[in-house]
Design a protein around this ligand. Structure first.
Ligand code: 13P
Ligand code: SF4
Length: 304
């Protein structure tokens, strides 16, 4: 029974002094046993003030690294070693060094979906919920935005006074969503509002009634007077929204918008991490941590 496993997790969590963080893209059985759930930004600093000595991140590797960057004294675990974010691994330090040489006057803005190693070469970090605000506040005009050209394009449209250079890269999950999907969904649900994550291609984002981060989409749907919505982001969000608002209707833009990396973690994996038989402890060289922390600190400073 799922509930028996959940009960055992709750018991072990207390006994072994663990705080569990879960990104919204995790399955509901995992979200139910987490201490905190949310999008990348909400989870980034959650562990800093918790009393527990151990933190388990149910999500992907860059999220666990982010926790370690801000909480070096805690033992931080990733729920599943293989759970990486393909976008975070698209650029390595050599490639970024070459890009920086091409754009020596540009401030390097990194989406938080990057490795800790890559962050050591960046000036400011952003999340999808803070990118526009941070770019508006950033005093520098010339920006090299990595690695998501779709989010970079979205930000450029909202902050036209910046000169933003992007490189070809992004989220393979959101990139699956097409204009044809939008046309088909709007035909099937003509009264629905279309809400989209800016990791989608600009042609899809252009057709939306609202574009924003996971939290932004959830808040918009909660407040909107519309009765039905087409959701252009990872399909977990369709499920969470439908549960939260049974009086409204939520339709996925495509059945294919599923992040298989986020879905690698199962409830039993969580149990096994607490038992000490699975998961990976995130270990980070202190020099690298401090360098990576520089751009994360600037994110917090400008995101306030
Ligand atoms: P947010 O959590 O910032 O909305 O990003 C979505 C995502 O793709 C996480 O990897
Ligand atoms: Fe990475 Fe995209 Fe999956 Fe988020 S949804 S973890 S950006 S691959």
């Amino acid at each position: 029974m799922i509930t028996d496993v959940q009960q055992e997790i709750l018991r072990l969590k207390k006994e072994k002094d663990f705080c569990i963080l879960a990104h919204c893209y995790q399955t509901p059985d995992i979200l139910e046993i987490a201490d905190f759930t949310g999008d990348s930004f909400a989870l980034s600093t959650k562990a800093v003030n918790v009393p527990q000595k151990n933190v388990l991140m149910c999500g992907v590797r860059f999220m666990a690294e982010t926790v370690k960057i801000f909480s070096p004294e805690k033992r931080v675990y990733l729920s599943k070693s293989e759970a990486g974010c393909p976008m975070a691994e698209q650029l390595d330090v050599d490639m970024l060094a070459q890009l920086k040489a091409l754009y020596p006057e540009h401030t390097v803005v990194a989406y938080v979906n990057t490795t800790a190693e890559l962050k050591t070469l960046c000036d400011v970090c952003v999340t999808s919920s803070s990118a526009v605000q941070i770019l508006r506040k950033l005093p520098e005009k010339k920006v090299l935005f990595i690695p998501d050209c779709n989010l970079g394009d979205f930000v450029q449209k909202q902050v036209p006074d910046k000169e933003i250079v992007t490189v070809h890269g992004g989220c393979p999950t959101h990139a699956r969503l097409t204009v044809q999907d939008v046309e088909k969904a709007k035909k099937a649900h003509p009264d629905a509002e279309f809400l989209v994550h800016p990791e989608c291609v600009p042609e899809v984002v252009a057709l939306a009634d609202y574009a924003g981060s996971t939290t932004g989409i959830m808040n918009y749907a909660a407040k909107s007077k519309a009765r039905s919505f087409i959701i252009g982001t990872e399909n977990s969000i369709v499920q969470h929204l439908q549960l939260a608002h049974p009086d409204k209707m939520f339709y996925p833009l495509s059945k294919d918008c599923v992040c298989h990396n986020m879905k690698l973690t199962t409830l039993v994996d969580v149990l096994n991490v607490l038992k000490g038989t699975e998961g990976e402890e995130i270990l980070m060289d202190e020099e690298m941590r401090l360098k990576a922390k520089g751009c994360m600190d600037r994110m917090l400073e400008l995101g306030q």
